[in-house]
Design a protein around this ligand. Structure first.
Ligand code: NAD
Ligand code: MG
Length: 307
């Protein structure tokens, strides 16, 4: 059963004023693993992307958006929200994630928006260029770029376990791709455009098992600051979202099974977050509702502090 079905309509408080500790089931996750990159349907329970709860309010009518890695997880929740707010949504995914991507296309189109699904590897500069070109050709412009795709893999014995191949893959996927996409998008971004990067609490509080990943997430925060400085005078805002533990296909293939069982329990709210709980933050940062916000990092962490 989808998580959202367990959430809505079971409480005597108005929707929107739920107890955040119990808004989603708190029970331990079943220890589970998957091959990389992970698929939504294989997750137990299935994550909630807001399929039956996100209500749009025409806040992005006419927007042309590009989200990397929106086949699943946080990106998928953002794609649903943007489409229901009236935006056209282009998104990237890895070729082996076709099944999840088809479902995202369906959800965007069900909202009455245009979808453009772009399979490929963001470690490749030419693919990053192609993604921008195809989005602009298909939609006639670009208002919002969401750099959300990310690679992580835990290593059990710290830096000795970390290979150069993995280090390279993590930096190429998380940092170089952002650099190439921003550079490619810039000629098309007009005043009023927004860039939103996905960092992590790991960018502030790195784990010894995620040395390479945490370093990329710190780099993304730093680049968010410098890009906000340099693009502010052109009327382009740049912000970042720093999630805490969120229940997405990123986790089962890349964490030890025993960690999955307790995933998110150590947050003040006592549970993992769901992708749906990040969507409204990405909507806020995309629109003029956040017109004086640039160079900000918003934590969505279940109460863990970023500083
Ligand atoms: P996810 O696995 O659902 O999404 C990540 C996507 O990144 C994948 O679907 C894949 O399409 C894409 N991707 C990875 N490497 C790629 C590459 N080389 N080329 C093209 N696409 C590639 O997981 P998610 O948790 O929704 O991740 C979204 C973002 O959130 C990531 O940047 C991740 O680091 C960040 N984040 C997640 C958590 C969490 O707990 N889930 C916490 C903090 C930050
Ligand atoms: Mg995926």
């Amino acid at each position: 059963m989808a998580l959202e079905n367990q959430v809505i309509g079971h409480s005597d408080v108005p929707f929107g004023a739920q107890d955040p500790r119990t808004q989603y089931p708190k029970a331990r996750f079943e220890p589970q693993t998957q091959d990389y990159p992970g698929w939504t349907d294989a997750m137990q329970p299935r994550p909630d992307h807001g399929e039956s709860s996100y209500i749009g309010h025409h806040r992005m009518t006419g927007f042309r958006t590009l989200i990397t890695g929106a086949d699943s997880g946080i990106g998928k929740a953002v794609a649903i929200a943007y489409a229901r707010e009236g935006a056209d949504v282009a998104f990237t995914y890895l070729p082996e994630e076709e099944q999840d991507a088809v479902n995202t296309v369906q959800l965007i189109e069900d909202a009455g928006s245009r979808a453009l699904a772009l399979p490929g590897d963001l470690q490749d500069e030419s693919f990053c260029r192609e993604v921008i070109a195809q989005t602009v050709t298909e939609f006639g412009g670009l208002n919002v770029l969401v750099n959300n795709a990310g690679f992580q893999m835990t290593t059990s014995h710290g830096i000795e376990d970390l290979t150069s191949e993995q280090f390279d893959r993590t930096f190429k996927s998380n940092v170089y791709a952002l650099f190439w996409l921003v550079k490619g998008a810039l000629p098309h971004l007009k005043p009023g455009a927004a860039i939103i990067n996905t960092s992590s609490i790991q960018g502030y509080h790195p784990s010894d098992s995620l040395i390479d990943y945490a370093a990329t997430k710190a780099a993304i925060i730093n680049m968010t600051f410098s890009l906000a400085e340099s693009l502010g005078p052109r009327g382009i805002r740049v912000n970042a979202v720093a999630p805490g533990p969120i229940w997405t296909p990123l986790q089962p293939p890349t964490q030890p099974r025993e960690k999955i069982e307790h995933f998110g329990e150590d947050t003040p709210l006592g549970r993992a977050g769901q992708p749906a709980e990040l969507a409204s933050t990405f909507v806020l940062l995309a629109t003029a509702e956040s017109s004086y916000m640039s160079g900000s990092v918003i934590g969505v962490t279940g109460g863990k502090h970023l500083a």
